[in-house]
Design a protein around this ligand. Structure first.
Ligand code: SAM
Length: 214
């Protein structure tokens, strides 16, 4: 998702209290409990887009701290606007490339990771950039607590098949795999739709999901 460059988005982000600045985190990874001012679990969404999913989750679960990560300022700006409309104390944002994720979270600091409708990077030579690739799984391995879970949803079947194939070489196991989340009565219970999920499922695309651990 890449919106046109919106004038002033970088300035708005620089001044926003909802955004934790990556340079600050680079200097002191592992300080998220201090930032939130409590010891609640930390759940993160990588590639949150405009923040519809994580904002809804944070509203439902005030007992959990959420961090939404997004690469593009113009997209993050939309998530900031949602917070202006409805501020939540348990939600913060990071504008950064997730390649540097191990520089902003400490070892095993994170209790859950969500990937939703990640960019497919269809060319083989770009496979390393896919957020469920073995390279990224190795990064998640560092920051995620040992018994914790990572959840991934997408309607992109080639990307999902790739993600499933990456599990074994990366040392992860699937607890749940579905190729049609919305048709599974049990798994869909409590499902929070992301912006892309609403869009693609309304076009009739089945939604794939896995929940993995290691
Ligand atoms: N998760 C949202 C949803 O399901 O509606 C947005 C999906 S959109 C297709 C993918 C988002 O991930 C884009 O906003 C993109 O900028 C962001 N993204 C992709 N690669 C990223 C990376 N390496 N680090 C941070 N954000 C990334």
């Amino acid at each position: 998702m890449r919106l046109r460059n919106i004038r002033g988005s970088r300035e708005t982000i620089a001044e926003s209290n909802y955004v934790v600045h990556e340079e600050i985190m680079f200097k002191q990874p592992g300080k998220w409990h201090e930032i939130f001012g409590n010891n609640n679990p930390i759940h993160i969404e990588i590639g949150m887009g405009k923040g519809q999913f994580i904002h809804a989750l944070a509203k439902l679960h005030p007992e959990i701290n959420y961090v939404g990560i997004e690469k593009y300022s113009s997209v993050l700006l939309r998530a900031i606007q949602k917070m202006d409309a409805e501020e939540l104390p348990n939600l913060k944002f990071l504008r950064m490339d997730a390649e540097d994720i191990t520089k902003v979270f400490g070892k095993h600091e994170v209790d859950k990771i969500y990937l939703n409708f990640s960019d497919p990077w269809p060319k083989d030579r770009h496979a390393k950039r896919r957020l469920p690739s073995r390279e990224f799984l190795a990064r998640y391995n560092e920051i995620l607590k040992p018994d914790s879970r990572l959840e991934f949803k997408t309607d992109n079947r080639p990307l999902f098949d790739f993600a499933v194939e990456e599990l074994e070489p990366a040392g992860w196991k699937a607890e749940v795999i579905t190729y049609d989340l919305h048709a599974d009565e049990k798994l869909v219970e409590g499902n929070i739709m992301t912006e892309y999920e609403a869009k693609f499922s309304s076009m009739g695309n089945p939604i794939c999901k896995y929940i993995i651990y290691r």
